[in-house]
Design a protein around this ligand. Structure first.
Ligand SMILES: [Zn+2]
Length: 308
């Protein structure tokens, strides 16, 4: 019995070593999610510098999704564009997240198309001779009616864009609002409490994605993490990536994740919400896997967020 257990354990170790888990890291709302800061630039510069340092240290070929409206500030345009240039100089890539971050549920097809077109004017110049390939919908809302979804899908395809999915989302923007407030109030204890909870919650969300993907695809698929360019991640990403490395993750490009057969599954799910692609792919395949174990944010985190 003991020998069988040892052999079993060795096999588990071996297969984990032979097939590392894979994860693409995607970071939204570039250059910087301001979240209550009175001053954009110094905070944006701190966060960008820290994200670049950590991504480089862990060799993460991340992609950042840009809202170009953030660049259009008199007197700061060059400095704000320089933040995006840092991503490209670090060998990372950028994608279009629309110009002004509209909610597709709340605007017309034409308004949304205009926002897509205005969303890559600076990007195309910065990335030349490459062109942006990836688009991410704000709030990951992809069209609340079949007609809207199909119209935007084909508009994006015509402009050479692929829609970027995600399989892990950790409500970092909710944590970040309270985190910025604690930071500005020099409340070190609250900052630590929020960081610890955020890291634990992200790992719980990741464990769920690891557990549910074999129920949909028969195997663990590469994961795609969605986070934002904010203070919380500037201060937590190093520890988060360490925890991921301990779980056996190797960080891959979005291209590599998108080449996985699971990511070729067409998302036919129509919804006002922006659920994980694991849910969309499951529904699109006509399956009915329970997502009831998808972890929810701790109550105190939501209460704190509502006080802001
Ligand atoms: Zn966004």
């Amino acid at each position: 019995m003991r020998n069988i257990l040892i052999v079993g354990a060795l096999l588990v170790c071996f297969s984990a070593a032979a097939q590392p888990r894979k994860m693409a890291v995607t970071i939204d709302d570039l250059p910087f999610m301001v979240a209550g800061h009175p001053q954009y630039l110094p905070n944006a510069q701190r966060v960008t510098k820290e994200l670049m340092r950590v991504l480089r240290a862990h060799q993460v070929p991340a992609i950042g999704f840009v809202n170009e409206r953030q660049l259009q500030v008199t007197g700061e345009m060059d400095a704000r564009v320089a933040l995006l240039q840092q991503w490209l100089d670090a060998g990372l890539t950028l994608g279009n997240h629309t110009y002004s971050h509209p909610d597709l549920n709340a605007v017309s097809i034409e308004q949304y198309q205009d926002d897509i077109v205005r969303g890559d004017i600076v990007l195309r110049r910065l990335m030349h001779p490459r062109t942006p390939v990836y688009f991410r919908h704000p709030m990951t809302h992809t069209g609340e009616t079949q007609a809207k979804k199909e119209a935007i899908d084909s508009f994006l395809a015509l402009r050479g864009y692929k829609i970027t999915p995600h399989t892990i989302e950790n409500s970092d923007f909710i944590y970040n609002i309270s985190y910025v407030r604690a930071r500005r109030g020099n409340d070190a204890a609250m900052q630590k409490k929020l960081r610890d909870s955020y890291l634990d919650f992200t790992i719980a969300a990741t464990e769920f994605a690891e557990k549910i993907s074999p129920q949909i695809f028969g195997r663990e698929i590469p994961q795609t993490l969605l986070i934002h360019a904010n203070d919380l991640n500037a201060d937590c990403l190093d520890e988060l990536l360490k925890r991921y490395e301990k779980r056996g993750y190797r960080f891959i490009t979005l291209d590599e994740a998108m080449n996985d057969p699971a990511y070729q599954t067409k998302d036919t799910n129509v919804s006002r919400n922006g659920p994980t692609w694991l849910w969309r792919w499951m529904k699109s395949k006509g399956m009915n896997v329970s997502f009831k174990d998808d972890p929810e944010l701790p109550g105190w985190v939501m209460d704190l967020y509502r006080q802001n």
